[in-house]
Design a protein around this ligand. Structure first.
Ligand SMILES: [Fe+2]
Length: 451
């Protein structure tokens, strides 16, 4: 990983803003905050103004005497101020290491593009264990225990994919262009079906909304509380959501029925989950609870067990843009309704077409899975950049970077793109848009007292 690109000054200013915000939230002026922290008011002003780096001892003291955590006072490092990180195949090869399982060399891992501002942990992985059948109990199949991160997998060559479900072990015979999306903690493994074949995967793991604050909050709240937060997609979710809202405003069901203008026995049925609400009932309930109808809607799961897979030949595809001359062929790879802000695509630039920039609200990872180079042009924060992705090169792009891909030769090129949401959820976006005018710059960097 590259440390030299980390923006030290920006980090110090963001740390200063977090310290100022914490003092503001606790209604401490410089003198009061300094007294709590055992420093002078001038020192506090310097730390909270970004003039000097905050000593670790001051952060420890703040976390000891204030109801904050050290992590609340520590900002992120921005390692891609130009909106992108490009990672070369040579660096991937230099990171290669073979990991063993059960005494045999099992996988060769190589790092690909990553950034501190996104939860991608993508690896290129070669299968070193070769099997001669599709039996999950084959001695060459060595399982993992499952892991926290979500995993989108893109297959190259004759790869067997195994997944452990409560009903038993499944095996899928995968080939180039096939893909799988899977939920956390389901055990899985991969082998090669053909001696001497190039069999590898792009294992694009990422944490999205699960890692960071949500994980820390639940770990601190305790396992019983965490279990109470669980909402299973297969359960009658609309009833569970309604029950949460009634509990949240300490509203008895009969009084709620009156407020919503829905008969009491019908509300009782809705709370059992045996029947879904009609559209009209949904609108009435939302109005009675003073929420949006979407707040009462359940997530619909399209999962078959813990994965969704997509065969290369079955992928939906389209041209972009349309109508007009196409700049890209887009092929949609595996994904799930459980994760609407994750999209896996193959992007095939049309040879000779004009540059058309693609722009998305998601964090984007790109790997050149083809045999020919792709030219990149991107703009971010009012500046423009160019680079080239050779086969095996990869890149990360920040949300809302405008990126145009072009085939660098008549051979055409093929790019794998995985787009994911970060910690800025739809609820966060609504909150940003609901602030009083001038709020956003202060949200990002509060520089003074607000009171
Ligand atoms: Fe995995």
């Amino acid at each position: 990983m590259n440390d030299s690109s980390v923006d030290e000054r920006g980090y110090r200013l963001r740390a200063a803003a977090l310290l100022r915000s914490a003092a503001n939230d606790l209604k401490r002026d410089d003198e009061a905050a300094a007294a709590d922290l055992g420093i002078t008011a001038a020192e506090f002003a310097s730390y909270a103004g970004g003039g000097a780096e905050i000593p670790a001892e001051v952060l420890r003291r703040a976390a000891a005497v204030w109801p904050v955590n050290e992590s609340d006072l520590m900002p992120w490092r921005d390692d891609c101020p130009d909106g992108a990180v490009v990672h070369r195949l040579t660096d991937a090869i230099a990171s290669a290491r073979v990991l063993r399982r059960g005494g045999i060399a099992y996988y060769e891992y190589r790092d690909t593009a990553m950034s501190r501002v996104a939860s991608f942990r993508p690896e290129w992985i070669r299968m070193l264990s070769v099997v001669d059948d599709d039996d999950p109990a084959h001695p060459g199949v060595r399982w993992n225990r499952g892991h926290l991160l979500y995993q989108f997998t893109y297959f190259v060559g004759p790869v067997n994919y195994y997944v452990r479900e409560p009903e038993g072990d499944r095996v899928l015979r995968m080939n180039t262009g096939d893909s799988v999306w899977g939920v956390p903690f389901s055990p899985h493994t991969f082998t090669c079906r053909e001696e001497g074949a190039d069999a590898h995967i792009l294992a694009l793991t990422y944490g999205a909304e699960l890692v960071g604050d949500a994980q820390r909050e639940l770990a601190a709240l305790g396992s019983g509380t965490a279990a109470s937060f669980v909402r299973r997609p297969e359960e009658p979710a609309s009833a569970a959501i309604l029950r949460d809202f009634l509990d949240g405003c300490a509203l008895p069901a009969d009084r709620f029925a009156g407020l919503a203008g829905i008969p009491e026995d019908r509300v009782a049925d809705l709370l059992t989950g045996d029947v879904p609400p009609t559209a009209e009932e949904l609108a009435r309930m939302a109005k009675a609870l003073r929420v949006s109808p979407r707040d009462l809607l359940p997530v619909v799961s399209d999962m078959a067990g813990s994965i969704r897979h997509c065969r290369a030949g079955e992928a939906r595809q389209w041209s972009y843009p349309s109508p007009g001359p196409a700049a890209y062929r887009i092929r949609e790879l595996a994904g799930s309704s459980l994760h609407p802000h994750t999209r896996a695509l193959e992007i095939l630039p049309v040879t000779g077409s004009a540059d058309v920039a693609l722009r998305t609200y998601q964090h984007q990872y790109v790997y050149n899975v083809g045999a020919a180079p792709a030219d990149l042009r991107w703009s971010f924060d009012g500046r423009s950049f160019e680079d080239r992705l050779e086969p095996g090169d990869s890149a990360y792009f920040k949300p809302f970077a405008s990126v145009a891909f072009a085939a660098a030769s008549s051979a055409g090129c093929r790019l794998l793109s995985l787009r994911i949401g970060g910690r800025v959820t739809p609820e966060s976006r609504t909150a940003l848009g609901s602030m009083a005018p001038g709020g956003l710059p202060r949200f990002l960097r509060e520089t003074g007292r607000w009171y």
